[in-house]
Structure formats: C-alpha cells, structure tokens
Ligand binder design. Structure first.
Ligand SMILES: C[S@@+](CC[C@H](N)C(=O)[O-])C[C@H]1O[C@@H](n2cnc3c(N)ncnc32)[C@H](O)[C@@H]1O
Length: 274
C-alpha cells in the first residue's frame, strides 16, 4: 500500500515538471515566427537590410565587386574598384595607380574615390571644357581626362609651382592624354581672367583663401547646367576660413544648388541652375 502511494506521488511530481517545461517553451517563442532567412540575420528583402546580408567586409568579394565597409557612424558604406573596359583605359588606370603609389608625397593629390567622382561627373555632364585650379603632378587632371577622351572635351589646368607643372607634363604624356590638356603655369588669380570660352566643369583645388575669388571670376563662364566642384570642403580652422566663406557663397546664391560629398577629401558639387 505504502509503495503504491509513493509511486503515485512520483508520477504527479513528474507530470507537474513536464507541464512546467511546456509552459516555459511557449513563453520563449517570438511574437511572430521567423523564417530561416530571418534567423540567419538576413531579414526580408526590402526591409532595410544589406542585400544578401553582406554587411561585413571581405565576405567572398573579389576585385571590382561591391564590398560593404563599416562606416564611421556604424552604418555601412560600399566600396568597389575601377574595372577597365579597354586597353587604353587600363593603361591610364595603371599610370594613376603608379602615381598613387610612388608620387603622392608632397603632391596633395585627391584620394582615389574623389578622382573617380570627378571622372564620373565629367562624363555624366558630357563636358567639353573642364577648368582645374591646382594641377600639382596631374593626378586629378588624368582622372578628368579619362572622361574627356570619351566626351570629346579638353582640360585647362593651372599650376603656380614650376616643378609640379613639369612633373604633370611628364605624367600627362605617360598616360597618353597630353593632347587633351593645356597646362598654364602662373598665378591662377591673374591667369584665369584671360579665359573666354564657356566651361562645363570647374574644379577648385588650390589656395583655400582664394576659393571665393575663383568662384566669382569663373561663375560667369560656367554654362547653365554646368558644375563647380571644390575640394577639401570640410576643412576647418586656419586656412579653412576661406573654405567657410566659399561654402557660404555657394549655399546662399539662388542660382546655385549644392550637395556635399564627404567620403574622400570632401567635395562640394554645385550645379549652376538653368
Ligand atoms: C592640392 S594641390 C592640387 C592637387 C591636384 N588637384 C591633384 O589632386 O592631383 C594644390 C596645388 O595648387 C597649386 N597652387 C596654389 N596656389 C596657386 C595659385 N594661386 N595658382 C595656381 N596654382 C596654385 C599648388 O602649387 C599645388 O600644386
């Protein structure tokens, strides 16, 4: 009899345990059931997740393919490399690569992502005439020429330093685009007043205190629908005060529309409205 009572107690305790476990399992379940894709942290397409969940760098990526990089604010940004379409483009890109690796020191060149943007914008507007202030050794100029050889355009570029100007001439030749370029040596503040032809794209990348003067002198020559680009636009303090005056000038003029691209060295992209 005692044995029967003991067995019944054990059975009741076991049953209670099973009921408790089932209840706990129910409480842990998510409010909505996840798909296997969601459980892998990939979300549904169109839910603000990165495509294929590729939010980490270096996941099965090769050269030229999109690569998601962690951004400064924790958000992701995308990186890719230029892929040459022709032998000529490959040669020009290899010269740029060589300049990037072996000549950058003291040349104050734009970073590669800025060079790519200059090329892209120039080709997009079908520029026939680009004016660059601050040639240095010709690095950004060659990026412009990558576009100009396709749009049938030309580059007028200004440099005050004779040594850099001479290096630029060599680099333009090496890249095979020297026929597209007119390099003017001297102080641009004076030289630029001799320009008479219409301009499709202006790139200002020289003395920061001079940006507003360059804008005032060149804006009348920029065709409606043309672009005025300026480098190091997020520079602050010291020489940055010239930049701040420039930012004020381009953001308060109703004839202009400006956006800021801050991924590389910082470029303002200003449209002269039609
Ligand atoms: C930042 S670097 C230009 C870099 C070039 N755009 C590139 O990415 O390859 C600025 C250049 O402007 C030149 N410069 C400065 N003041 C100038 C002026 N008043 N007229 C012409 N060139 C000037 C400097 O000698 C220097 O080579």
């Amino acid at each position: 009899m005692l044995k029967k009572i003991m067995l019944s107690i054990v059975a009741v305790v076991l049953l209670a345990g099973v009921v408790h476990l089932i209840a706990q399992e129910r409480n842990d379940e998510p409010a909505t059931r996840q798909t296997p894709r969601q459980r892998r942290g990939m979300g549904r397409r169109g839910e603000g997740m990165t495509p294929g969940g590729m939010d980490r760098p270096g996941r099965g990526m090769g050269p030229g393919q999109g690569r998601f990089m962690p951004g400064r604010a924790g958000a992701s940004s995308i990186e890719s490399s230029p892929i040459p379409k022709t032998k000529a483009e490959k040669k020009i890109l290899s010269i740029l690569d060589d300049m990037d690796k072996n000549q950058r020191r003291g040349m104050m060149n734009v970073p590669i992502e800025d060079g790519r943007l200059l090329r892209l914008l120039t080709e997009t507007v079908g520029a026939k005439h680009v004016v660059e202030i601050g040639t240095s050794n010709g690095y950004s100029g060659i990026w412009f020429c990558l576009a100009l050889r396709k749009t049938g355009g030309r580059l007028t570029t200004y440099e005050i330093d004779a040594r850099r100007a001479s290096l630029a001439r060599e680099n333009f030749k090496r890249a095979g685009i020297d026929k597209l370029v007119t390099l003017i040596e001297g102080d641009t503040h004076e030289e630029v007043t001799k320009l008479k032809d219409p301009i499709d794209v202006v790139f200002i990348d020289a003395d920061k205190e001079g940006y507003v003067d360059y804008l005032n002198k060149l804006l009348p020559l920029v065709r409606p629908g043309g672009l005025i680009l300026a480098h190091n636009i997020n520079m602050r303090g010291g020489r940055g005060s010239g930049i701040q005056d420039y930012v004020k000038a381009i953001t308060t003029n109703p004839d202009l529309e400006t956006v800021f691209y801050l991924q590389g060295g910082g470029i303002s992209v200003t449209l002269k409205k039609r």
